[in-house]
Design a protein around this ligand. Structure first.
Ligand SMILES: [Ca+2]
Length: 237
């Protein structure tokens, strides 16, 4: 009896996840930011449009009683079973504030927690800039050029090994920045405080076959991997 109800619950959650991912893949283009002139309440922001899909699929907004730190949010994503305060079928908008990703922290069921990041661009390639690509985030990318969306996991864009190499490089550059800073300070005869720091910039290049997320031969596989990621998390919950 108990086992039956548990597995029925699992089937239901897989069903919600399947419909949600299909809906996210079917989204048209939405701008990144609401238009400045009067249209603030239209669904012009990509994130708002994603939130509408979350609500449509039965999820409700959740605000923790005590503000979560970024480390707590990222900790929930890395270890979903630790997000015990968060109710099932809920989401949190900008859980790490507007300056840090992800855009949403989502919990479908106990131990089924993930970060969702929306990307909206004119072109067929999202811009990651200094934010980088996060291995286990689900990304929803929409392009003005195609008026279409596609979903993928960070790890299907950037491998863990490549990520580690970039991380190492950034750490080394920061160390060199500090050395340079100290030397510049010592040479600051003008008393102007001119200094320097390195800012990471994550880009993709190589032409269409590498950078177009809509015609990429692995697009379908990436979309399927999103579902696989969720299904495996749900099954192991
Ligand atoms: Ca975003």
């Amino acid at each position: 009896m108990l086992i039956q109800s548990v597995s029925a619950g699992m089937t239901e959650i897989i069903d919600v996840a399947t419909r949600l991912v299909a809906a996210l893949n079917a989204m048209p283009y939405y701008r990144n930011y609401a238009a400045a002139s009067g249209a603030a309440h239209n669904i012009s922001k990509h994130e708002d449009a994603i939130e509408v899909e979350l609500m449509r699929h039965g999820l409700t907004a959740w605000t923790p009683k005590k503000k979560l730190s970024k480390e707590q949010v990222w900790g929930f994503i890395d270890a979903p079973s630790t997000a015990t305060d968060m109710p099932p079928m809920s989401y949190m908008v900008q859980p790490c504030g507007t300056q840090d990703n992800p855009d949403f922290l989502i919990k479908l069921a106990d131990s089924v927690v993930f970060g969702l990041e929306g990307k909206s661009c004119d072109t067929c390639t999202p811009t990651y800039n200094s934010g980088g690509i996060t291995q286990n985030y689900m990304y929803v990318f929409c392009s003005r050029k195609t008026n279409k969306s596609t979903t993928f996991l960070g790890r299907d864009i950037l491998s863990l090994e490549a990520q580690r190499l970039i991380d190492e490089h950034i750490a080394e550059a920061r160390k060199r920045d500090e050395e340079l800073k100290a030397r510049l300070e010592a040479l600051d005869v003008n008393h102007r405080g001119v200094t320097y720091y390195t800012r990471p910039m994550i880009i993709q290049q190589g032409g269409e076959t590498y950078t177009n997320y809509f015609t990429h031969p692995k697009r379908e596989e990436c979309e399927q991997n999103v579902m696989k990621f969720l299904t495996e998390m749900i099954a192991s919950a």
